[in-house]
Ligand binder design. Structure first.
Ligand code: MRU
Length: 362
């Protein structure tokens, strides 16, 4: 996608040395666009853990490049296995992390140590390119959902939660891919962007990237969605996911479940857009078994913003002494999901629906 007319991806190799890895530092957005150069395994692990990069598909791609950086330092089998384990432990919920590292290891375990670095970079590049292609395809499959909601004289109103746009992936995004596709096709649409406390991925990232692409949008408090749905102001909800069970339960940013409940109560279609790298074929009960990341209480007690003088400040918004809890994800049960948008097409959020699109997983 483009920022001020210049095409970007969220992760790319240095054009000069062709081995160091560049990312956009998402902890600095929307205030400044900073590119960070990663040169070691530990820098890649830090980028994932500290959420300089985030979003399930991008976490997977950066982990793959993190393993490339690790192999430059030590390509032995022993080091490779422990480097992959260290990267895999950076965040627990997004299954794309495990998926990407498993794919890298499957390719590399059969490769002689002397050839591992070159093979790893080639595989990481494939993971990145395939993510961009899959998401673009998700956009094309999701387009008719927006087209069928068109009514004369008013925009199609779509609500989204968190950031599942191009910043959360290598390119295009998952939930936002159908929106970009529809917007590029000239459809009149408008996006309600949940601010997504506590880290404000909606307000800081989704609003920023939609704005850069010229897509009409409005940021709303997380609690406003139910009200808008009751008053016919939401035609459909599209969200991404960090892990989908084989039965269609979807873990996504905390608060997604409440949006699904409100959508169900108001007959608003609720779609989850995911590349197949986000489906955990080993899990059947998402609510019971998807690991939910618990993050620092300070993400709830503090907020960061820009002061009128342009400086960035972090301040406490909770009474001194009050503890805070911070589960970063929740799981929306499949029964509340209208359907899944994947790179193979649309399907019901059921085991049969998913296996119909991915029969090789039977
Ligand atoms: O904690 P984050 O910001 O990594 O969480 C991201 C989300 O929940 C996204 O909605 C999800 O990864 C889908 S990304 C295409």
């Amino acid at each position: 996608m483009k920022i001020d007319g210049i095409p970007y991806r969220t992760v790319w190799l240095d054009a000069g040395d062709r081995w160091s890895v560049h990312i956009l530092d998402q902890t600095r957005l929307p205030w400044s666009l900073d590119v960070v150069r990663l040169t070691t395994r530990d820098e890649a692990a830090h980028a994932i853990k500290s959420m300089q990069i985030r979003g399930a598909p991008l976490i997977g791609a950066v982990a793959a490049y993190g393993l490339c950086l690790a192999l430059r330092a030590d390509p032995s089998t022993e080091a490779m296995e422990s480097d992959a384990a260290l990267l895999n432990a950076t965040r627990p919920t997004a299954v794309n992390l495990r998926w990407a590292l498993d794919r890298m290891l499957t390719r590399l375990r059969n490769t002689p140590a002397a050839e591992r670095v070159a093979t790893a970079y080639a595989e990481a590049a494939l993971i990145a390119d395939e993510d961009a292609e899959r998401n673009e395809t998700i956009g094309r499959f999701g387009l008719p959902l927006i087209q069928t909601a068109v009514r004369p004289g008013r925009p199609v109103n779509i609500l989204t939660h968190c950031n599942a746009g191009w910043l959360a992936t290598v390119d295009w995004g998952t939930a936002l891919a159908p929106i970009y596709t529809a917007f590029n096709a000239g459809l009149d649409l408008h996006v309600w962007v949940d601010e997504t406390r506590p880290r404000n991925q909606g307000a800081a990232l989704t609003a920023w990237e939609l704005g850069k692409h010229g897509v009409p949008h409005t940021v709303v408090a997380d609690n406003a969605g139910g009200h808008f749905m009751q008053h016919g102001m939401v035609d459909l909800v599209i969200v991404g996911a960090d892990r989908v069970s084989r039965t269609g339960d979807a873990a996504n940013k905390i608060g997604t479940y409440l949006k699904a409940l409100a959508a169900h109560d108001n007959n608003v279609p609720f779609w989850v857009a995911v590349p197949s790298s986000t489906i955990d074929w080993m899990l059947s009960d998402g609510v019971a078994d998807i690991p939910i990341e618990e993050r620092a209480a300070s993400e709830v007690t503090d907020m960061t913003g820009r002061l009128p003088d342009g400086s960035i400040a972090t301040m406490r918004i909770v009474a001194d002494g009050s503890p805070a809890a911070n589960p970063a994800f929740d799981v929306t049960p499949a029964r509340l999901i209208t359907g899944l948008i994947t790179e193979r097409g649309l399907c019901p959020a059921t085991a049969d629906g998913l296996l119909g699109l991915f029969p090789e997983r039977r």
